[in-house]
Design a protein around this ligand. Structure first.
Ligand code: GLC
Length: 549
């Protein structure tokens, strides 16, 4: 039987701080801006915030390269602004979770600076290896962002491992001192009152002994040697036992390449070490494994991913539900239709907000923000995007290479939040640190506040429904018409109450189909994105029906 925990009743809002709202006019989003917008977030029905990193950082990976874990970056307003935001959340009955990035630090972190000079106790805080004969790299692993996973350090005269950017050296989690550091960081924030952590690529922290070559995997070589590594469950259990068990908090693990069966080893409510997991399968309905290997959107692939997690976790573990975050392009531009942006934004919302789990909404998703498409590749900021442009597909035309970035780059979803139709979309009164999407006059919060049937108000309504209907929390999930590649139909059912969600994913008109046990004539239509219901489903129409005995 499922355990009762407060996060199960919540809806979270993810803030990517640089682009959310600038409060002090320097062009970069900050916590003063967040403070101004807490009521807005609350008005969506969200009762929790996940902050992408706000710690001091040189910014090589927009904050995921941390140089001090126990402070807040001055450009975000420092500790003073953070404490106001934390109090502001709690005063509104909202929770706040931080991003815990401990697979790696910044190379500018004091630990790394001392480690490269072999100053104890930091000497073995990172993963250092001598060169092999003839200067060869210690193994054949690739980094996720910038070429090979090893960089030579002149000072120490050894290679260090970095599974991400060159400026993100991996910590040596096998060293008990490093694990103690992690626990101190956790206690520091929990004692201050934060309510939990999203744990960045946490399944990478335990590397296979001897760091063997990867002989199987064609891309991201090495992944099989460090993802879900030998001591992962042991280390996570240690963090849980020594820290999390002493606080009323929750943990959310980011896990690239994970399937439900394996996920259960982490998040099983009886035996797990973590509360929820961010899986990537729901992001692979239009690509193989990464956005840089795109294919045409397949609704069936999306449905399979959704249903597999719903079915296999049922009664055993709790799902984290999302369709967007800061690592992927905008979902309407991918799984929906820009031509029918309003309709498809709503259908996408309905397709996941009525599933079982805790939903997360990424800033701008609630107004249907679309991909950014710069005309010049030099405008990209993201380290991964830049590397991809400079080193892959070099034989293709510049236009084709640029188009690939439009589709795949994380920057497509990192442009400033579109608040209103004033200059810089109301994001800043200064010079924005990044480009504002040109469509901001058409897509912005202020305009949608004023429209009853806006995407924004659809999100509000859907969230309110999921909070008031017990069936959304407890009901059994079932997918119908699985083979359809045009519509996604699912139900949730418990004794005395049921809902049916019908979502069209095509521009063509479709016959309305409902399973026999759901008589649409007796159900109450509680949510839809068209003013009138016709015999046929309109392009990207969605309908949610409700029955109560
Ligand atoms: C995670 C983050 C991503 C970051 C990477 C390295 O995948 O979500 O934004 O670049 O880890 O920290």
């Amino acid at each position: 039987m499922e355990e009762k925990r407060w996060y199960k009743d919540m809806v979270f809002y993810q803030i990517w701080p640089r682009s959310f709202k600038d409060g002090d006019g320097d062009g970069m989003g900050d916590l003063w801006g967040v403070l101004e917008k807490l009521d807005y977030i609350k008005s969506l029905g969200c009762d929790g915030i996940w902050f992408s990193p706000i710690y001091p950082s040189p910014g090589a990976d927009c904050g995921y390269d941390i140089s001090d874990y126990m402070d807040i970056a001055p450009e975000f307003g420092g500790m003073e602004a953070f404490k106001k935001v934390l109090d502001g959340c709690h005063a509104r009955g909202m929770k706040l979770i931080m991003d815990l990035v401990v697979n790696h630090t910044s190379d500018e972190h004091e630990w790394f600076q001392k480690s490269r000079q072999r100053i104890d106790p930091y000497t073995d805080y990172y993963i250092w290896r001598p060169a092999k004969p003839e200067g060869a790299l210690p193994n054949n692993w690739d980094s996720n962002f910038e070429g090979k996973a090893w960089t030579w350090d002149d000072e120490r005269q050894e290679y260090y491992l970095h599974l991400f950017a060159v400026k993100q050296p991996d910590l040596n989690m096998d060293n008990p001192l490093v694990r103690e550091e992690v626990k101190n960081i956790l206690r520091f924030w929990l004692d201050m009152g934060v309510d939990g952590f999203r744990e960045d690529v946490i399944t990478y922290i335990s590397k296979k002994e001897g760091l063997p070559d990867d002989k199987l995997f064609p891309v991201y070589k090495g992944m099989l040697q460090y993802n879900h590594g030998p001591h992962i469950h042991e280390y996570l259990a240690e963090f849980k036992h020594d820290v999390f068990d002493h606080y009323d908090c929750f943990t959310l693990a980011e896990a690239p390449m994970v399937w439900p069966k394996q996920a259960l080893k982490y998040i099983d409510e009886q035996k797990g070490q973590i509360d929820m997991m961010i899986q990537f399968q729901c992001q692979c309905a239009d690509c193989f494994f990464t956005d840089y290997m795109p294919h045409k959107f397949s609704l069936r692939k999306m449905k399979r991913a959704f249903s597999s997690w719903q079915n296999k976790l049922a009664g055993k573990a709790w799902n984290m539900l999302y369709i967007e975050n800061h690592d992927h392009p905008r979902i309407v531009s991918r799984y929906g239709s820009e031509e029918y942006w309003k309709e498809s934004a709503k259908t996408l919302a309905a397709s996941y907000l009525f599933q079982q789990g805790t939903p997360f909404i990424y800033q701008g998703q609630e107004i249907g923000m679309l991909n950014w498409r710069p005309e010049n590749p030099g405008m990209y900021e993201d380290v991964q995007t830049r590397y991809q442009y400079e080193h892959t597909n070099l034989k293709k035309s510049p236009k084709a290479r640029l188009k690939k970035l439009w589709r795949a780059s994380r920057d497509s979803a990192r442009t400033p939040m579109q608040w209103d139709s004033s200059e810089n979309a109301g994001f800043t009164t200064g010079e924005p640190w990044f480009y504002v999407n040109e469509n901001y006059k058409k897509i912005n919060v202020a305009q949608q506040e004023g429209q009853r049937y806006s995407v924004l108000n659809f999100y509000r309504k859907a969230i309110q429904l999921r909070k008031t209907l017990p069936v959304v929390r407890y009901g059994r999930y079932k997918e119908h018409f699985k083979l359809s590649n045009k519509q996604y139909v699912y139900s949730r059912q418990m004794p005395g109450e049921k809902i049916l969600v019908i979502c069209s994913f095509t521009k063509r008109k479709l016959e309305v189909r409902a399973p026999r046990s759901f008589d649409l004539r007796t159900g109450r239509l509680i949510l839809t994105n068209y003013p009138a219901q016709e015999r046929f489903l309109q392009p990207y129409e969605c309908r949610v029906y409700h029955w109560k005995e």
